[in-house]
Design a protein around this ligand. Structure first.
Ligand code: ATP
Ligand code: MG
Length: 340
């Protein structure tokens, strides 16, 4: 009898790909599932298509499907996982359940911080409806160049401050995405990721839109994220949003490791009294959130009016020499390198 897609996926979850120590569903190796009355067909995506060990995995999966569903034809097609992101070692999502907490600020300064540590870094603006990367980098008018490979057109990311980046804001008029419906936005995101010649990168930082909607799910389910960073502010009322974001990444079927929390606008230090810290929105809140969710608190970023100004004038802060904020971002970048 023809199994449902869910039943099929449940069986495939038992198939472990030993070189990576996880099952083939979590590893996003299964693609293009077709179910017919007497046939199960799908593609199994391998990093190296000519690896001798691939056949062993195909045989194991075939046997497990036969054991589960009886006499049914199984057609597993080995295919190459290669795409524009194949040479990207780690994709890191910067997210939060809430708007305006500083995701874009953290994403931009983390990307630059990683680049300043000598890493090859990309930055993708996944905020299709409200992109901020072009403003923060002061390159709103720049358009990516085109490039052709194997008869297919790609975009080349735009480079500034040592970071390769791309945003929907670099492609279309600001107002345009606002009228797009969900699938168009998800499609645009996939194109930014897959139709762009990212080349070799140590880290790709993704600036997520606020909340836990379609775009977040599209990214988490279709691309292999190495980890996520959740940004919060120190108000206790923010906890529900932080928990929602954490639950989204921990949800079965999403399963993205959370590297930790970043508490933005954690305190205020007047520039003429650098030893003072004023905890305007609450003290220890980030630490409490982190403990409650059993996550590390990766960084506490102070409030600094220059951050806002830097964002608005396209000269990211971390690029601007020493300050407590730049130091906090440097520490964050080093921690991420240590973790991944
Ligand atoms: N540490 C900081 N000190 C001062 N201003 C900050 C700080 N972090 C962020 N801001 C400012 O707060 C505003 C919101 O920041 P940002 O755009 O990074 O948030 P966001 O979470 O990406 O927002 P959205 O949900 O709209 O995408 C911006 O004007 C930014 O310049
Ligand atoms: Mg943003």
């Amino acid at each position: 009898m023809k199994p449902s897609k869910n039943e099929l996926i449940n069986v495939l979850r038992e198939v472990i790909y030993f070189p990576k120590g996880d099952n083939i569903i979590n590893l996003k190796m299964v693609d293009d599932i077709e179910l017919e009355d007497n046939l199960i067909r799908f593609r199994l995506l391998f990093e190296k298509i000519d690896d001798e060990k691939n056949q062993f995995l195909i045989d194991t999966a075939t046997q497990m499907l036969k054991d589960a569903f009886g006499d049914i034809e199984i057609d597993i097609i080995a295919a190459s996982q290669e795409n524009s992101l194949s040479k990207v070692r780690h994709i890191i999502a910067v997210a939060s359940g809430k708007g305006g907490v500083g995701k874009s600020t953290v994403a931009v300064n983390l990307a630059i911080g990683l680049a300043l540590q000598g890493m090859k870094v990309g930055l993708l603006d996944a905020d299709i409806y409200g992109p901020s990367i072009p403003v923060m980098f002061g390159n709103e008018e720049t358009r990516p160049l085109g490039y052709e490979r194997d008869g297919k057109s790609y975009m080349l990311p735009i480079e500034k401050y040592g970071v390769k980046m791309l945003s929907i804001g670099h492609l279309v008029d600001k107002e345009m995405p606002l009228i797009w419906r969900g699938p168009m936005a998800s499609n645009a995101l996939s194109q930014l990721l897959l139709d762009t010649e990212w080349g070799e990168l140590d880290y790709m930082v993704v600036d997520m839109p606020p909340g836990t909607g379609d775009i977040q799910l599209c990214l988490a389910q279709n691309f292999k994220l190495s980890g996520s960073v959740i940004v919060t502010t120190p108000q206790k009322v923010a906890f529900a949003d932080v928990r929602r974001a954490a639950n989204m990444f921990r949800h079965e079927g999403v399963n993205v490791p959370i590297l930790g929390l970043v508490e933005n606008m954690a305190y205020f230090t007047p520039s003429d009294m650098p030893e003072k810290k004023y905890f305007i929105f609450g003290k220890n809140t980030g630490k409490e959130f982190a403990e409650e969710l059993n996550l590390p608190l990766l960084a506490q970023i102070p409030i600094d009016e220059n951050v806002s100004q830097a964002n608005d004038t396209g000269t990211p802060f971390s690029f601007n020499g020493f300050s407590p904020v730049a130091a906090a971002f440097e520490k964050l970048a080093k921690k991420i390198i240590e973790m991944l």
